[in-house]
Design a protein around this ligand. Structure first.
Ligand SMILES: [Zn+2]
Length: 359
């Protein structure tokens, strides 16, 4: 019996599960299917691409990719090693939780999926995964296939787009997803600076230390802040510049007009403000970050006393149709430099911070 077991084990270990393949096309301008009827991957891709092009105005290339469905985790790990040259130990670690990985290879774009996990999910979650990965395809194409930007922005942008897709298709709200990410970050007392979230090695170290949820949450929140400040078009410009940039710091400054170190500073302040302020005050988010604010009133707020500080300023209320840039210290700092606006929800807090900064 023992001999038979050894023979069987040897045979099984040597087996390679052949993945089922499915080729999918990315066609800008394809009509959007009825969301409730989406029941196959090509419909899901068409729906995602229609949101990217029509709602977000992203430059999506006409292209295709192949899905490889590996039936269980071990086979997926083996696929990562064989197709993407991933170290076997790392591949096994990835396969424990990852739904899939996409790469541009000499044979085209390959998206290896862990069928055991992916097909347990309902379609809205599968659409989230696909939207995230299709954003990586767009990033590759924008960067002429030589994508080497900061990983926090690559991953953060992929989730940012995926959440916009879910909202546009009526499958979830961007606001709820953002609050989930804030809740994730609240679990951790310390947060890694963006400068330690740049390379694949950085990312692996963070995953080992915190698990994958925290780095993704931080990356998303940083990207969301960046888009609130500089707009979606600046992120697109960043990925276009990647192949020509001398280094990632220079590329960041060229695309966003601000030094990476300065943004890091602003993000830290933003994170602290998010974590310090109560969840109930977190404002709902809308779909379009670049929509201009709508001035509805100009009011003078009466002088306020907090502790020993006396401060007074005239505040013009500007109501933003979305919350990007609203509930953050960046807003307060902007108000401090030019105290003519604050957000509706955070008028008093922003004023307080502005005044403290002025004092
Ligand atoms: Zn990703």
């Amino acid at each position: 019996m023992r001999g038979l077991s050894i023979v069987l084990a040897t045979i099984l270990a040597g087996c390679t599960a052949v993945p089922r393949e499915r080729r999918l096309t990315v066609i800008p301008g394809a009509s959007r299917p009825v969301v409730a009827q989406i029941g196959n991957y090509q419909d899901a891709v068409d729906a995602i691409v229609s949101v990217m092009t029509e709602d977000l105005r992203m430059p999506v290339p006409r292209t295709s990719f192949t899905l490889y469905f590996y039936p269980y985790r071990e086979a997926f790990a083996q696929g990562l090693t064989e197709q993407f040259n991933t170290d076997p130990t790392l591949a096994r670690a990835i396969a424990k939780t990852a739904l899939g990985r996409i790469r541009q290879t000499k044979d085209g774009k390959q998206f290896l999926v862990n069928k055991e996990i992916l097909e347990d999910l309902r379609w809205p979650e599968r659409i989230h995964v696909l939207a995230h990965e299709i954003t990586h395809i767009v990033q590759y194409e924008l960067a002429d296939g030589r994508l080497t930007g900061d990983l926090w922005l690559i991953e953060g942008f992929a989730d940012w787009v995926a959440y916009q897709v879910l909202e546009a298709l009526g499958l979830d709200t961007f606001s709820r997803r953002k609050h989930l990410q804030i809740a994730q970050v609240k679990h951790e007392r310390e947060h890694s600076p963006l400068s330690q979230m740049v390379t694949a090695q950085d990312w692996e170290a963070l995953n080992a230390r915190y698990g994958s949820a925290i780095p993704y949450a931080q990356a998303f929140l940083a990207t969301d802040l960046l888009i609130a400040q500089r707009g979606l078009s600046a992120v697109i410009a960043y990925f276009r510049h990647v192949p020509y940039a001398g280094d990632h710091i220079q590329n960041f400054q060229a695309a966003f007009g601000v030094e990476l170190a300065t943004f890091q500073h602003e993000f830290t302040a933003y994170l602290e403000s998010l974590l310090g302020w109560s969840q109930s005050n977190a404002a709902p988010l809308g779909l379009f970050p670049n929509r201009p604010p709508h001035d509805i009133a100009q009011q003078s707020l009466r002088p306020t006393v907090t502790g020993s500080l006396l401060f007074r300023t005239d505040v013009r209320l500007r109501i933003y149709p979305q919350a990007h840039g609203r509930c953050c210290a960046h807003s307060a700092l902007a108000a401090a430099r030019k105290p003519d606006w604050v957000s509706k929800s955070y008028a008093v807090r922003a004023m307080a911070l502005a005044a403290l900064s002025i004092v």
